[in-house]
Ligand binder design. Sequence first.
Ligand SMILES: [Zn+2]
Length: 330
Amino acid sequence: MAWHPQAKNGIWLPQIGWALDATKTVPAAIVSHAHSDHIGRHRELVCSPPTARFIRARLPGKRIEHVLRFGQCEALTADCAVTLHPAGHILGSSMIELRGAPGVLLYTGDFKLRPGLAAEACAVPHADTLIMETTFGLPRYALPPDADVIADIIRFCQSAVTDGAVPVLYCYSLGKSQEVLQALAPAGLPIMLHAQTLRMTRIYETCGQVFPPYREFDANEVGGHVVICPPPHNKAGLLRRIPAPRTAIISGWAMDRAARYRYGCDAAFPLSDHADFPDLLRMVELVQPRRVFTVHGYAVEFAQTLRSRGWDAVALGRENQLELTLAGRS
Ligand SMILES: [Zn+2]
């Protein structure tokens, strides 16, 4: 017997009737973390305590919550139990371990093996079946050391302020912003947060995180501050109210040389809350699974890399790819 996950509205596990990270409403879902592409309005859900707080703020409504601490085990069905393990991606982000008749399954959700400044350290259990995210599943995606990137970000902010410009750091409001806020602490620069970022940061504080001083964005007093705000959807908005902005995107995608042009920024810094290619490989070594399913990003390419190294691996939902290609040719 084995697990038979399906790529359908997140991941669907027909053997137990639960979904993982579904975004469309389902009766029962386990949620790895609170980024918007992993949450939905479900009737019943399992998640970590911080994830529950973020979901309540992002998707208010009534639901049955099973809030599990890391390492706490709970029965989902008569013969399947769930345990959450820290994924190191954002605060509360969890890897989902399911123990049942088909064996032990581990779903990583989004994860990061390197220690972050605003998330719990990733802890990896063994499993028979591994479903892993592969956002940066190509060899060219190898991140520089975080300390070097953080030093570059601080230098960028300091030189902007020295020049009389306002450094504006584009970071996702949940996770990346709080990591950058912590990273800026040694620089001692005054910091302003976009309202949306501020809201998420306050929830981090209710979970016990302590940050360097910050205040809400105020265009009239922005001179001399570093501004942290979500990447803009258009050129309007906050930026127009800042005199002499100097912008930087903070994203793993800054590993692509063209990132700064793609985001229309003055600079781009590759600080990521995802595993890079070497850490994707390390994850598989740590879990020692019999079978690997890859999802997200370069899933097909990474599955191929794993097969070339002797692992049984396939991109989830693309199992028939070869057959389809052959059929297309004939
Ligand atoms: Zn995420």
